[in-house]
Design a protein around this ligand. Structure first.
Ligand code: SF4
Length: 382
């Protein structure tokens, strides 16, 4: 996969935790919750003979329930939360002369690359943790407290399109508590398919189910995290409203759609032209960053994803055998998920609003920083 060149050891990344997860599911002492990344729902079905681009959210949730997870939640909830923190940081940097451009930080393949290759640019990435990590931190704090469960008895399992997410969950400085990890086990989309088969579940016949509440509720903005340009677009949907104070009526930023591996878009907010760079693939990321460093281009926001087309093309997804049409179909499917949602802006997710009212106070608060932010460190090659 894409991340082979940036991961510390093949073993850490490739390691499968299927057996450990089965054991956790059998352990009655444990409250085992699972979160599913945006890109998983538009690719998993391929492992069971469906066409690329099939949206199988209901069956994905149904299968996880049959496997015995206590709660089936959604990384998309974490994605909405990431936007709350990231858009707050972006607005602050814009208004208070902070460090620009701001880089999105939800792709660990990319974050590790910048730590190794551009150690002088570590101020650039947003300090907001990725949706996976934010979800885990909230599951073991807010959710644990609300339901009176000892966080040490909660096991958080992630289903990710990604190999580097295993490494991300193991980053020491990313965890909100020194006593336990935000995320205990990361499985890839392919590993989940394997488990479904191992359990003898007939995926085609699985009844469709809905995510549990409240960490299963999400918006259209969260869905597009799985495709190139989507994180930037989701951030702008919120930042636009927060900066202008006006309602954003046309939520799609057409300039941020598309399949080219490096794109630059201009978006007008309050009469100011914001330039947004989008790239996927680490070679393209390097090119874009070098142009920023040399002053060749001037950008305010940059979204970089290591994998082709974004997470839909991740190294843990069903193999696409180099066929970019498969990736395009998954991207189109995520856009359909976005369009099908009544709420398409992260800050309008009612469960997110409640989380801030009941627990975090406001984006960028001390509590938010303690749970939802991280920092970056220069790393040497191992
Ligand atoms: Fe993982 Fe997505 Fe980054 Fe690929 S683009 S390394 S799947 S987070």
């Amino acid at each position: 996969g894409q991340c082979v060149a940036v991961c510390p050891t093949g073993a850490l990344v490739e390691r499968s935790y299927i057996d450990e997860v089965w054991k956790e599911l059998e352990n009655e002492e444990k409250h085992v919750v699972v979160q599913t990344a945006p890109a998983v729902r538009v690719a998993l079905a391929e492992e069971f003979g469906y066409e690329p681009g099939t949206i199988s959210t209901g069956k994905l949730v149904g299968a996880l329930k049959l496997m015995g997870f206590d709660k089936v939640f959604d990384t998309n909830f974490g994605a909405d939360l990431t936007i709350m923190e990231e858009a707050t940081e972006f607005k602050e940097r814009l208004e208070n002369g902070g460090f620009l451009p701001m880089l999105t930080s939800c792709c660990p393949g990319w974050v590790k690359f910048i730590e190794h290759q551009f150690p002088d640019l570590l101020e650039m990435p947003s300090s907001a943790k990725s949706p996976q990590q934010m979800f885990g931190a909230i599951a073991k704090s807010y959710y644990a407290q609300k339901n009176d469960i000892d966080p040490k008895k909660i096991t958080v399992v992630s289903i990710m399109p990604c190999l580097a997410k295993k490494y991300e969950a193991a980053r020491e400085e990313i965890n909100a508590s020194p006593e336990y990890r935000d995320v205990d086990y990361v499985l890839t989309t392919r590993e989940l398919a394997k488990m479904i088969k191992e359990a003898g579940i007939n995926f085609k016949a699985v009844p469709e189910r809905e995510y549990d509440s409240p960490l299963g509720e999400s918006t259209g903005a969260a869905a597009i995290f799985g495709r190139t340009g989507g994180v930037a677009e989701a951030a702008l949907r919120t930042a636009y409203e927060w900066i202008t104070g006006n309602e954003l009526k046309e939520v799609e930023f057409e300039q941020l759609h598309g399949y080219e591996s490096i794109r630059v878009a201009e978006v007008e907010i309050n009469g100011k032209k914001l330039r947004v760079g989008v790239a996927y693939g680490l070679g393209n990321a390097r090119k874009l960053l070098e142009d920023v460093q040399s002053g060749k281009i001037d950008l305010h926001l940059i979204e970089i994803m290591a994998c082709p087309g974004g997470c839909v093309g991740g190294g843990g997804q069903p193999y696409h055998h180099g066929d970019f049409n498969v990736i395009k179909k998954r991207i189109e499917a995520l856009n359909v998920v976005d369009k099908s949602k009544i709420i398409r802006k992260s800050h309008e997710n009612p469960s997110i609003v409640r989380l801030y009212n009941e627990y975090l106070e406001k984006p960028g608060s001390e509590k938010s920083h303690q749970l939802l932010h991280t920092h970056y460190v220069q790393r040497e090659w191992l």
